[in-house]
Design a protein around this ligand. Structure first.
Ligand SMILES: [Zn+2]
Length: 258
């Protein structure tokens, strides 16, 4: 299955990137710790936690850590899967689309809009986003260093140990699986949105995999049965699957034209 292949490819690329970033973090952390002008601030906002009068620009430090590589890997593969999802769903509704004179258009605005919002998601401080978790770890290590006067080398060893929490293969898998799956769903949704634009009445239905690991709220979404295309599923508030309240969600949404 092409979807699975792209997931595996994305996982491999992310794992490689995590390794590189761990190395980068380790090297730069020592420089950061050896600088006597670092002052920690207790602000809630992660972006303002550190006030640094140093040769290292902390914003560039975060950016080098994340933005260019991981986000680009995900966005690139995500775009590929949206197009595939779109093509697959287009075939299913081809007759309806032709009857309504809908153009076959990969650069559809729904997918593009979502694609742009994905970048925001990755750079945000959401609970399970990469940046928030990593920043919190780095900040806590910096604080420990200030309190305990550990040497940069000692702290550096702790960074290596972070591997299990931040740069782990399981994390790469989680990100790859979810984002590629979601891209597929966005591609599907874009096709029926185009039908709706031509006044077709489209319904959707939430589908879980129906095993005992499914979140109760996702089963409740399923119990909504058929709802209008642009209505939110009542229990999670999502417009499409996978659900936002669980990064491991493998639910899907199916469509029907009336
Ligand atoms: Zn689910």
């Amino acid at each position: 299955m092409k979807l699975k292949k792209l997931e595996v490819k994305t996982q491999a690329q992310l794992k490689k990137s995590f390794k590189k970033q761990l190395k980068f973090l380790n090297e730069n952390f020592i420089i950061l710790l050896e600088n006597p002008y670092i002052v920690l601030k207790e602000a809630e906002n992660l972006g303002k936690w550190l006030e640094v009068d140093t040769k290292i620009d902390i914003e560039n430090f975060w950016q080098a850590m994340w933005i260019y590589e991981i986000v680009n890997i995900v966005l690139k593969n995500w775009k590929a899967q949206t197009d595939r999802g779109y093509t697959a769903m287009f075939k299913i509704f081809e007759k309806d689309l032709m009857a309504l004179w809908v153009d076959f258009n990969l650069e559809n605005k729904y997918a593009v809009d979502y694609f742009e919002s994905l970048e925001t998601l990755y750079l945000s401080d959401r609970k399970w986003s990469i940046t928030a978790t990593t920043k919190a770890w780095i900040i806590s290590l910096l604080k420990t260093r200030i309190e305990t006067q550990e040497t940069p080398q000692e702290v550096s060893k702790k960074i290596q140990a972070l591997d299990k929490n931040i740069f782990a293969p399981s994390r790469a898998e989680l990100i790859a699986t979810r984002e590629i799956w979601k891209a597929n769903e966005v591609g599907w949704n874009a096709v029926v949105q185009q039908l709706r634009d031509k006044w077709a009445k489209v319904e959707k239905k939430w589908l879980t995999v129906n095993d005992d690991r499914v979140e109760p709220s996702h089963t409740q979404n399923q119990d909504d049965w058929w709802i209008d295309l642009n209505a939110r599923f009542s229990w999670t508030g999502d417009l499409i699957a996978p659900a936002n309240n669980n990064p491991r969600c493998r639910c899907t949404v199916t469509y029907n034209i009336l």
